[in-house]
Design a protein around this ligand. Structure first.
Ligand code: AMP
Ligand code: MG
Length: 366
């Protein structure tokens, strides 16, 4: 870890024992910043009702103050402390209850009318609040033991790749936060879906950010969703929709499978394939597989070593595994000092849409 001179903090690194979690909860209650694992990515937690702690989150991340935080709760009581459910129409409230029953705890963030008691800093001055009930047992325990409402954006410097392992947090924010709980790699690995129920009009709920809960699963339960419109200038409707976000240091170029399969191999370029089959077909050379994913087969090429810069998001082609490996793979390629990273897009459905969304943002430069 890089220990610079002034304004440097010593970060306490803890594990997930009961004693460590109660220590971390005390730090949160005292206004400190604690990074903790969730099923999506690591969060940088601060007491949701503590304006000083909230201000420190923005400073530590270098996050613009117009970018609101997600409040993490550990039970339905927490929801009522931060959101005005009574402000919703009866059909909207019914929809909310259906969503909660089906998807909480889990990777779905719901945007709802905000309670005035919650500091405006948490929501960047918006009259709505984003709330999530994570399923990760460590996150749930920490939230319950501390303030019951923990504001937690992803634990990375603003605009950089999201952290899916404790070491990613230590590298990015190690000297700016008080404590890091190492709970191992995140199982979902991609941020939560953000769905807004806050509008009072007749239009359907709006999908503000694709993520760990698929659009298809939401629509099967509550019907068609409206899309959040991507804004290119001014304050975005949902700042997670800022175009350049989640970016590696090295330029990233995206390819459809048919383009990816015929790219020449360059030693100063990294290659991120969607599946082991796609990578193997490419390693065998153009024309050998017609670009379709075979069963892996026998006599295929050797899996390249991890530091070769040739990676597959999932050996088996599982989209769940691809999402879980996305940020770790980009972090890894980023460290190899390559000139360029080339990544293959996934089919645009289910979690694949969320993976492609993160890849597209990562490929855009400010
Ligand atoms: P992060 O915590 O880094 O995953 O980012 C949280 C994201 O949630 C923000 O960047 C927004 O996109 C979204 N968000 C949080 N609060 C609101 C809100 N009140 N209205 C709309 N989107 C929100
Ligand atoms: Mg983030």
């Amino acid at each position: 870890m890089d220990i610079g001179p002034a304004a440097v903090k010593t970060m306490l690194r803890l594990n997930t024992s009961a004693a460590d979690l109660s220590r971390a909860a005390d730090i949160l209650k005292g206004g400190g910043l604690v990074a903790f694992p969730t099923e999506t990515v690591y969060g940088l937690g601060a007491g949701g009702f503590n304006p000083r702690a909230l201000a420190r989150v923005f400073d530590a991340k270098g996050r613009p103050r117009f970018d609101p935080l997600i409040i993490h709760i550990a039970g339905i009581e927490g929801l009522e402390r931060v959101a005005r459910l009574e402000a919703l129409s009866a059909p909207r409230r019914g929809m909310l209850m259906d969503l909660i029953r089906a998807f909480w705890p889990g990777p779905l963030t719901l945007v709802l009318p905000k309670r005035p008691e919650l500091p405006g800093l948490a929501t960047a001055g918006l009259s709505s609040v984003a709330v999530r009930f994570p399923s990760h047992p460590v996150a749930r325990k920490l939230i319950a033991l501390s303030t019951g409402a923990v504001a937690a954006p992803s634990a990375n410097p603003f605009g950089r790749l999201s952290p899916t392992r404790a070491d990613h947090v230590a590298e990015g924010l190690g000297n700016k936060i008080d404590c890091l709980i190492d709970g191992g790699p995140c199982s979902i690995g991609i941020e939560s879906t953000v769905l807004s129920l806050a509008e009072t009009g007749e239009e359907p709920p709006r999908l503000l950010r694709p993520g760990g809960t698929s659009r298809e699963a939401l629509e099967a339960l509550i019907g068609p969703l409206a899309a959040g419109t991507e804004k290119t200038e001014g304050t975005p409707e949902s700042p997670g929709m800022l175009k350049s976000h989640y970016a590696p240091e090295i330029p990233l170029v995206l390819h459809r499978p048919e383009e990816m399969s015929v790219l020449p191999r360059n030693a100063d370029e990294g290659f991120l394939f969607s599946s082991g089959a796609a990578r193997n077909a490419w390693l065998r050379g153009p024309g050998s597989s017609g670009g379709t994913e075979g069963p892996g087969g026998t006599g295929g090429p050797q899996k390249p070593p991890a530091d070769s810069g040739i990676l597959a998001l999932s050996e088996s082609g599982s989209v769940l595994e691809a999402a879980a490996n996305l940020f770790e793979s980009l972090h890894r390629l980023d460290r190899l000092k390559l000139r360029l990273i080339r990544a293959e897009l996934l089919p645009e459905e289910g979690l694949g849409a969320a993976v492609n969304d993160r890849l597209r943002r990562a490929s855009l430069r400010d």
